[in-house]
Design a protein around this ligand. Sequence first.
Ligand code: SF4
Length: 471
Amino acid sequence: MSDTFLGMPAFPQAAARAVRDRQLRANLRHATHTIRDKRARAVAELPDWAELRSAGKAIKDHTLRHLDRYLVQLEEAVTAAGGTVHWAADAEEANRIVAGLVHATGTTEVVKVKSMATQEIGLNEALAAEGVTAYETDLAELIVQLGEDRPSHILVPAIHRNRAEIREIFADRMASWGRPAPEGLTDSPAELAEAARLHLREKFLRAEVAVSGANFMVAETGTLVVVESEGNGRMCLTLPRTLVSVVGIEKVVPTWRDLEVFLQLLPRSSTAERMNPYTSLWAGTTRGDGPSEFHLVLLDNGRTAALADQVGRQALRCIRCSACLNVCPVYERAGGHAYGSVYPGPIGAVLTPQLRGTASPVDASLPYASSLCGACYEVCPVAIDIPEVLVHLRERVAEQGGHPVERAAVAAAGYVLDHPAALAAAERLAGRTRALHPRRLPGPGRAWTDSRDLPEVPAEPFRDWWRRNRT
Ligand code: SF4
């Protein structure tokens, strides 16, 4: 994943720092509550939402089960339509392929459509190391890039910024990336949008190469789909001579007809719109219309490992709508940066540890970045049971290590719970010594009891009470 997140502290430390930032909390609360309320209204308009959700889940599950077949079918269809397909096992290979394609055109600049996959592989940084500048053209991504910041939300990467901060970034930084911000720029949304439009237009008109991701790829026709709200995507997808799309292998759907389901689920779940303002679809190349060269880089980067996990694979159903972020009480307070990944919030907590593994402290802490309240599952348009995957990943983290005292305590608990006589003896002993029990745990358990009281042990175990009272 992007090395811009390298060196981040694990979630508890990063979140503790973030929740002390009152401005950040206010920005997040306002934005997430506004989006979540609008989404609920948009979803309530459809009487068959539950059926659509089940259909989306079923299509994704079916595709994942037969992913090998559909990817080969996709490759054949894209090739037949005049495109070239490349396979990338990991981030390094994908970056090398894209850099090679850009170099072959002789240009040193590319324009980009907002893409999670390219952020995941750290493409901008890899291209910069090769002397190529990548310009983000989505408004929020532009704010992040100009501010030398990191995205903090899947859909609204600059959700942590308010209007005054954005005005400052534009006024200070636009000039060093191209056309400066207009004199006397205020923080009115219309003026900020116009400043971005003017700044980006010269890049669209100059660009020889564009890089995109895709929301969906249709196996039967080789069609790629990008949905967006600003029109910047359409400019990138149509004006340059060469288009390179980097797409995770899980984004394939079998048939054109399947799009009918996802093009209803996605806009209502993400921007709370009935349909996207811009939905661009293309297959290969067409003489005299749009790019004359099209390359599709199919990215694995940990996805086949996730697919092998029977519980965890459901995370690959994700259509990146971000509804789970907007309802998550943890995300609302900690913000996206605390997750140390381009995938923040509940989906990040289950996807990142599967794509990157759980060896690092950041990745091992992510499955715990949740209260397991289940709000994410309720809103997910493809019914990913995020709490189930979180618990599953916690098991994986616990099995790989933990504090020796914690391991010894869990082993002792395992023995006692497995032996009824030992459990009865332990309960009686706990009841008799209850006056001596501490209110706070020492050692590794201290963090747990810093914010919770230990439950009081009853004087008499239930089983003894039951024996005395059942007759
Ligand atoms: S997990 Fe579900 S709710 Fe969250 S971003 Fe993915 S599709 Fe949307």
